[in-house]
Design a protein around this ligand. Structure first.
Ligand code: ADP
Length: 490
């Protein structure tokens, strides 16, 4: 049987370019799909970040013509590999992508993100035609690729090349929708008939996330719980109506983890390796982490709580701020790694200045330090307001670093609450988005920590949890099949 051909379009892909969890997914899911027999290829823009990484790239296509707002631009396409026989294509157009950031500076989005991502989406189709690589399925992610299902929808009608290509659209975060002026339609060469509430119109603008939702055969989010939550007003960010309308085509598949990168038994970035049956290495990692943050080695006698995060409203830092006084009365220390919104930079800078002996702070993006925090901490905090999937809590499990999470989205799907009676469970969770509830979970975690026997069991439970990609990739292959059935009229 011919392998299923999948073109995987993502605006970020590990190890080439990353701002968040999407990149981790796009860097590891294709590898798992390939192992299941798919012929999968990945496409992303050639950002400055990619160039700085010095990856071996070779030119695959020169002067590919891409229509943009009635003009034709030429782009070159470069190629690299994600794994043996798994090509990654990079769309080069320097005046659009050779910039410091992927989507915008800390002060706001780039003013021409419409141009940038229309070009990217159209180039993705163009390169498939030119290679040629006629995909059975286009797998797009988030608003940056939301135009692809719409482009396919209108092309299928008149171009036999695309007649049988279905699309699956994965939503990694409802809060980022890609809103643009209606003139993005002629820029993308899409007809005005798409500009209706049943199409991609959204209160007088064009909404690219909505475009992905409306025009793809199947939609999914990155956890089951989040796929239900986004059908409500609280989590749907205005798109709950259309999502509810499409609920029979809406699924949830929890993200897997690339254990080649995130396993304390083989992680080259941490001070000492360790595993479920030999935990001494974790002590060395804790000592190393305290040193890294200039905290006293004596703190090793007490729990170290870790945070690694984009500093954004989503992540629940107002709750963390609200419990901070109570928290810091305990014998413990807190290490925080993150970048993002200015107000959280100030918040953590002030807190760290007030409690220099208990708080270690690094306002940066630093992958090595992220690994050291996973390895050296005892607990990991994720009190998110919402969390489509969340990866750090899953990494934490593997590193025996107990997650304390709010029961939302993927956090609820991946962490089970520890029960002292049955001794089952992998972490601590609270339901309502309230500081007192968060505090109760923290207090319970600290109490269990003080009981070495219980803590050992809990840690063993956590480290045994398995979120490798294989299971999730199988579910994706099922959705690919379903999307193709839907397109064929099933
Ligand atoms: P989101 O995609 O909402 O940012 P996830 O938990 O799904 O959240 O994924 C975040 C990813 O980005 C993880 O791999 C995490 O380790 C990484 N990350 C986030 N902030 C930083 C940082 N400041 N330094 C290093 N890695 C970070």
């Amino acid at each position: 049987m011919e392998p299923l051909k999948v073109l995987f379009a993502s605006s970020e892909v590990v190890p080439f370019a990353k701002t968040g969890g999407l990149a981790d997914v796009a860097g590891s899911l294709p590898k798992a799909l390939k192992k299941l027999g798919c012929d999968v290829r990945v496409v992303l823009p050639l950002y400055r970040m990619v160039r700085l990484g010095n990856f071996p790239l070779h030119k695959r296509l020169a002067g590919l013509p891409v229509r943009l707002g009635g003009r034709t631009l030429e782009v070159d396409v470069y190629e690299s590999e994600l794994a043996d026989g798994l090509p990654v294509y990079f769309v080069e157009r320097d005046e659009l992508f050779d910039r410091t950031y992927l989507y915008g500076t800390p002060r706001g989005d780039y003013f021409d993100n419409d141009r940038r991502f229309v070009l990217f989406c159209r180039a993705a189709l163009g390169l498939a035609e030119e290679l040629p690589f006629r995909p059975d399925l286009f797998h797009g992610h988030d608003w940056q690729t939301g135009l692809i299902p719409a482009l396919l929808h209108f092309r299928r009608l008149r171009d036999p090349f695309w007649a049988d290509t279905a699309s699956l659209f994965t939503i990694h975060n409802m809060a980022y929708q890609g809103l643009f002026e209606p003139d993005i339609l002629p820029l993308a060469d899409l007809p005005w008939e798409a500009y209706t509430p049943a199409g991609l119109e959204y209160y007088g603008a064009v909404n690219l996330l909505k475009s992905g939702i409306v025009y793809s055969q199947i939609i999914n989010t990155v956890s089951r719980k989040y796929s239900r939550e986004i059908q409500t007003e609280e989590y749907g960010y205005g798109l709950e109506g259309i999502l509810t309308f499409r609920r029979n085509d809406l699924f949830g598949i929890v993200n897997g983890v690339d254990y080649e990168a995130w396993d304390p038994q083989t992680d080259p970035l941490i001070a000492a390796s360790y595993g479920p049956d030999r935990l001494q290495g974790k002590e060395a990692c804790k000592a190393d982490l305290l040193r890294e943050f200039n905290l006293s080695p004596e703190q090793a006698a007490h729990p170290v709580l870790g945070v690694i995060s984009r500093l954004a409203d989503q992540k629940g830092f107002d709750l963390l701020a609200a419990v901070m006084d109570r928290l810091l009365q305990q014998d413990l220390s807190l290490v925080v790694l993150g970048t993002g919104e200015e107000k959280y930079h100030s918040l953590f800078t002030e807190l760290a200045a007030r409690h220099p002996r208990k708080i270690g702070l690094r306002l940066a993006y630093d992958n090595t330090l992220a690994h050291k925090i996973e390895a050296g901490s005892d607990m990991f905090l994720m009190p998110s307001r919402y969390e489509p999937c969340g990866l750090n809590q899953i990494y934490s499990l593997k590193y025996g670093t107990i997650p304390i999470v709010r029961a939302t989205g993927g956090l609820d799907d991946t962490i089970t609450a520890f029960d002292r009676e049955t001794r089952g469970g992998t972490g601590f969770k609270f339901q309502a988005y309230r500081a007192d509830d968060f505090w109760q979970s923290l207090a319970e975690a600290l109490a269990v920590y003080r009981n070495p026997d219980l803590w050992k069991t809990l840690r063993r439970n956590a480290m045994a949890a398995d979120y490798s990609w294989e299971n999730s990739a199988r579910e994706y292959v099922k959705l690919y099949g379903l999307a193709r059935e839907r397109l064929a009229g099933g």
